[in-house]
Write a protein that binds this ligand. Structure first.
Ligand code: GTB
Length: 218
């Protein structure tokens, strides 16, 4: 069955692998499933054909036979459940890997999104200088706890899992900020994820979309 995902035709991140199709590509590479990519423009994302797949007019989406999905976390979970390689077989390990996926999306990513909103949309507000350190501190607290929990382990709960894939994907959003570098264990954790051959293949594939093109935002 052919798997088709959607990604930005003109990614504003210029191929740095920050758009959420990267998590889906990485998961598919980890489980060894080939996939097609339908590139969509910002205008196409808001048209009925795409809205029927993604109600909010966003990427990524996932189609495979009768299954069509949106939300990168749900897509990664579907891939991990359908194909071997991203979830432990034992019930406890499996449940905990899924818990780490939710932790990444529900506990770690929200303050990081707040920071992105503060930097992109609130810089001209009079209260921005007061708000920014508060937002950064919220991230710092999350990262400290996560770093303590990871300790000297390579991955969060035993072998590499979908939980690590989503967590590394979330932490990569901090790549341009000193907040990640402040936590050497997490910095190394992200580097370990990025060194996986499946990550490298996924990154190269999304970069190839951008290569030779100029971003629409440039
Ligand atoms: N919760 C959804 C999911 O996880 O799938 C969120 C999906 C989402 O935010 N999609 C974004 C999108 O389609 C792309 S990934 N935006 C277009 C729109 O809303 O109209 C977010 C993203 C975009 C750009 C960068 N960047 O340039 O660095 C990074 C992340």
């Amino acid at each position: 069955m052919t798997i088709t995902i959607t990604a930005f035709k003109d990614s504003p991140d210029k191929g740095r692998g920050q758009a959420r199709d990267m998590r889906v590509r990485w998961a598919l590479e980890e489980v060894g499933q080939p996939y097609d990519v339908r590139l969509v423009s910002f205008a196409e994302m808001k048209e009925p054909a795409h809205l029927s797949l993604q109600p909010f007019g966003q990427i990524p989406t996932y189609e495979e036979g009768e299954v069509d999905l949106f939300e990168s976390g749900a897509i990664v979970l579907h891939i991990a459940e359908r194909y071997a390689g991203l979830l432990p077989k034992v019930p406890r390990g499996r449940a905990r890997a899924i818990a780490w996926m939710f932790t990444a999306l529900n506990t770690v990513e929200p303050p990081i999104l707040e920071l992105e909103n503060a930097m992109f949309f609130e810089r001209d507000k009079s209260w921005h200088p007061q708000r920014l350190p508060m937002v950064e501190d919220r991230i710092r607290r999350r990262l400290m706890t996560l770093s303590e929990r990871l300790g000297d382990a390579d991955w969060l709960d035993g072998a590499f899992s979908a939980g690590d894939l989503v967590m590394v994907g979330v932490l990569r959003r901090l790549k341009g900020s000193s907040l990640l570098a402040e936590q050497p264990r997490l910095f190394a954790y992200v580097a370990r994820g990025e060194a996986r051959p499946a990550f490298e293949r996924a990154f190269a594939a999304q970069l190839a979309v951008f290569t030779g093109k100029q971003s629409v935002f440039e």
